[in-house]
Design a protein around this ligand. Sequence first.
Ligand code: ADP
Length: 487
Amino acid sequence: MAASQYFKREAIFLNGSWRQANSNKSIDVFNPANGQKIGYVPNAGEEETREVVKAAKLAFEDFRKTTALERANILRKLHDEIMQNQEALAELLTLEQGKPLAEARAEISIAASYLLWFAEEARRVFGDLIPSPHSGQKLMVSKQPIGVVAAITPWNFPFSMIARKVGPAIAAGCSVIVKPSELTPFSGLAWGVIAEDIGLPNGVINIITGEAEAIGHVLTRHLDVRKLTFTGSTRVGKQLLEKSASTVKKISMELGGNAPFIVFEDADLDKAVEGAIAAKYRNSGQTCICTNRFYVHASIYDDFVENFTKETKKLKVGNGFDLDITQGPLINEVAIEKAKRFVEDAKQKGGVILTGGKPYLHSLETGYFFEPTVIANATKDMLFSKEEIFAPIAPIYKFESEAEVIALANDTDYGLAAYFYTQNLGRSFRVSDALDYGMIGVNAAMLTKVEAPFGGVKASGLGKEGGSQGIDEYLESKYICLGGLEA
Ligand code: ADP
């Protein structure tokens, strides 16, 4: 743990310096596995945010002049620094977020992979040369960095969500202000340490913690912030969109999900169960692409439910630092209360709890654990058919036909990820086309790849992260009409 202390900073990182909030106020940070205070971070507000925007703007003026190759090299250095410190960063992550250390290591590693991917993409930001309808002219389009980027990030992937935003921003030549979640700020502040250690110019990466609303207020209303990228709840995303309207910024948003997971009668049942466990219980059900609704064909319903429940019972709940555990705690008391409410509601409406169903050793001293829970006979009047669960609760619904299940799966405001299992080729294409989601897993439960565009439709968000599309969010096209070329 000693190495992780090196990355744990109880200060904000503004223009290359570490400092406290102007008010000297702070926010305490707790370990969700035992409720113990692990430190504090500055409670900064509007004043500091205005300062940081000014610094980021100044830094941008120089940084935009760097070459793509220089920026690619910076990203490679960031990648290497992160991977050399993978264990320490993973420990810090588990300490404040609770996830199993193995998952934390994987998060650090995928974060570094995003940086490597965008190091490669940085050098492929091509423009266009368009045939002109008039003689003596060339029409050119070049791509330019958009300017100062504000990135507001959540607690469920406190390290990698920053990589997905900082990576393309730096690749494009932008400076960034990151506001991590107050629940898991240390993994965000660690980016300041990493930036310092690789000698990144001051003001290119800034990390601010504090009053979310006050910081968000300045970031959305400030004309010098040209791009806002947000990952979090649909509720807050909508507020930020509204607030940003006055300054007409470029926006990308990764918001909530309500992922269906469909098991057709022609699925490979063992593979479907294996995928179902992965798509439900990663990060204790606290990912925006976690399955929210399992739909299983009536002819295989009982078999699936039996096997899935058997596998669920094998999961081990506990402190993320204990070696054999697979399920860490939920993030806080509110999450536990929400999970309890979902189970109670389902019970009242005829749901059958096959395993789990309640907090596990839950109290402030013992951590916010919840038992992995399987609920059979789920119906669409239950609360979790419309709301995002964000807990290890797996409701299983029964369906009879392909058309019926497509309608059920699409019957939500959200459209982030959807999964289905089938061995029928025609059905693979048909159902992929019919599902109103930004990402589809066909016989695949782990969707996130740096090479592919991550993002949703409908209330799940705007824009894509990763893939070749990811950098576009940080670029502006500039059209140049070059005339007078006649002899
Ligand atoms: P969750 O429900 O998953 O905690 P939130 O949307 O509340 O998601 O939080 C995601 C991020 O948005 C966090 O960094 C949080 O501090 C920030 N946030 C919350 N409310 C606001 C707000 N009003 N303005 C700006 N940022 C906010």
